[in-house]
Design a binder for this molecule. Sequence first.
Ligand SMILES: Cc1cc2nc3c(=O)[nH]c(=O)nc-3n(C[C@H](O)[C@H](O)[C@H](O)COP(=O)(O)OP(=O)(O)OC[C@H]3O[C@@H](n4cnc5c(N)ncnc54)[C@H](O)[C@@H]3O)c2cc1C
Length: 558
Amino acid sequence: MDARHDTANPESPGTNNSKKENIVGTPNKQLDAMIIGSGVAGLYQLHMLRNQGLNVRAYDAASGVGGTWYWNRYPGAKFDSESYIYQYLFSEELYKNWSWSSRFPGQPEIEQWMNYIADNLDLRKDVQLDTHIVSAHYNEDSKRWTVTTADNEVIDTRFLITCCGMLSAPMQDLFPGQDSFNGEIFHTARWPRKEVELEGKRVGVVGIGATGIQVIQTIAEKVGQLKVFVRTPQYVLPMNNPSYGEEDVKWYKSRFEELKDDLPHTFSGFEYEFEYVWADESPERRLEILEEAHADGSLKLWLGAFEELFFEEEASGEISEFVREKMRARLKDPKLCEMLIPTDYDFGSHRVPLESNYLEAYLRDNVEAIMVTDNPITRVVPEGLELADGTVYELDVIILATGFDAGTGALSRIDIRGRDNRSLKEDWERDIRTTMGLQVHGYPNMFTTATPLAPSAALCNMTTCLQQQTEWINDCIQYLRKHEFEFIEPSRELEDEWVAHHDETSGKTLISRTNSWYNGANVPGKPRRVLSYTAGVGTYREKCDESAASEYSGFVKA
Ligand SMILES: Cc1cc2nc3c(=O)[nH]c(=O)nc-3n(C[C@H](O)[C@H](O)[C@H](O)COP(=O)(O)OP(=O)(O)OC[C@H]3O[C@@H](n4cnc5c(N)ncnc54)[C@H](O)[C@@H]3O)c2cc1C
C-alpha cells in the first residue's frame, strides 16, 4: 500500500488530494456554527456550543471520533502525558466514570476513551464523519462562511471553528518513487485499521522522533530485520509505566478537584511545575534533583525540574550532558553512542520522547541504525530505499515516522479564504501569524484551536490547553450573541502586538535556535517561527482571560 492511500478513509485530511473541484454552490445546510474536527478540541467545542443553544455540527474526515487517537494506530502508539491529567476536567462525573489501565496507556484505550466521551455527551448525532472539508470562504456581504466538502456538500455557517489539530497533516509524500515500491509503505498517522503483518519481514523505519521511537521499540523483536534511518539523533527519557490497580485509580480520582485547580496554571498544563532555581542549588544537589526527576519516568525532567533548561546555556548544557550519560550507560557501544546521542543541540530544545527499551533495541542482532545525516535517502526504488551514495537497502515494508506539517498544515491544506478573498495558505506561506492562536486577522468569525502562537503539543498537555481554548471560543461566541454583534476579528494592530510578544518570548529560549518541527524546520520552505507559545500555559490563560474581561479589546466587532 502506498502511504498516500489510507485504507481507513481515502479522503484523509492532509493528503494534498483535494483535487476535486472546489465548487461553491447552493448550501445544503445552514448552521450557526460549524466545527472541523472531532478530536479532543472538536468534541468539547461541540458540547459547549450545543449547550448554548446553537445549531452546530462537527465534521471530520475520519471514520471515527478521536482525531489523533483515531489516526495514529501504529504499533506502540501511546500517551506521553499521564492518562489521568489528559482527561477533561469540566465534569467530575465524566472524569470519574472512566478508569485508566495504566499511567501511559496505548492508542486503543485512548480511542475508547474518546468514544466514551462522544457517547456520554450524546455527541454522535451532531458529528458527520467521513467528510473531508476542502474549502471555506467568507462572504463579506452576508458575514457568513460557505464551507465545501470533498463530496460537494455546501454548508453555510456563521461561525467556523477549526479543531483540526496541530499534529494532523502528515508529511508523507517525501521521496520520489514511493509509487514504485514493491512492498508496502505506511505513514504512522495513516496506519490502517486492519492488522499489518510485520512478522519476519525486512522493515525500514524512517524517522526517530517520538513516534519512530515508539514503533522501533515495539516491533524490533517481531520483525526479521529492522533498518532504522537516523537523521537527527534524539535525547530520550525512560518511561515508567505501571499498570493501575483499583487503589491507583481511586487515588487519582480523589485528586480531581486538586488537578482541576492546578493543571490550568502550570507552565505546561502537566502536573509538574519547575521547582528549583539552577543558581540556588549546589552541583551535588542539582545532580540529585536531576536523578530524581529522571527516575520519575515521565517528562518531569524536561517540564518540571529547572526552567533554566530553556533559557540558559550553562544549565541546559549540564542537563544535556546528564541525559547523554544516561544514554551512554545503556548503549555502551561507542559507535552506537556516536550515532544515537545528540551533541549538536541541547536536551529539551525540541520534543522529548519517552521510551521503553528503545535504546536496547539497537543492541539486537536484527536491528541496524543507518546514519543518513550526510548521506540522505534520495528515493524509493522497487526494492527499498536508496541513499545519496547509491546504496540500496532492500525492504518489504517502509514505515514513515516522518511527522507532520505542524500547526499550519491542517488549515493550509484547506482552501480558506477570508476578507478580500485572501488565502490563509498564502498568508502563512509568507508569515505565520495568529492572534493568541485563536483568530487570524482577515478571517472574521473564524476561530482556531491548536494553531501557532498558542501553547501546544509537548510544551503543553494538550487536553489542558484545548479545554481552555475551546472555552474561550465558547465564551466569545456567547458574548457576541448577547451583544448582537455580527462578527469579530482581531485588528491588525492587536495581531502585531501578539506576534511581537510571542517572538520576544520565544526568542529568549533555546528552542528558537534548534532546528525541528517546533519552528517549522522539518517542512521545506516553511517560514520559521517558534510555533508554540513559550511563556507558559498559565501565563497564556491569563492573557486570554484579560482579553475576554476587556470585552475583547483590540478585536473589531460589529
Ligand atoms: C502520536 C501522537 C501522540 C501524541 N501524544 C500526546 C500526549 O501524550 N500528550 C499530549 O498532550 N498531546 C499528544 N499529542 C498531541 C495530540 O495531537 C493532542 O493531544 C490532541 O489529541 C489534539 O486534539 P485536537 O482535537 O486538537 O486535534 P486532532 O486530534 O488532531 O483532531 C483533528 C481532527 O480534525 C480532522 N480534520 C483536519 N482537517 C480536516 C479536514 N480538512 N476535513 C475534515 N476533517 C479534518 C482530522 O481528521 C482529525 O480527526 C500526540 C500527537 C500524536 C500525533
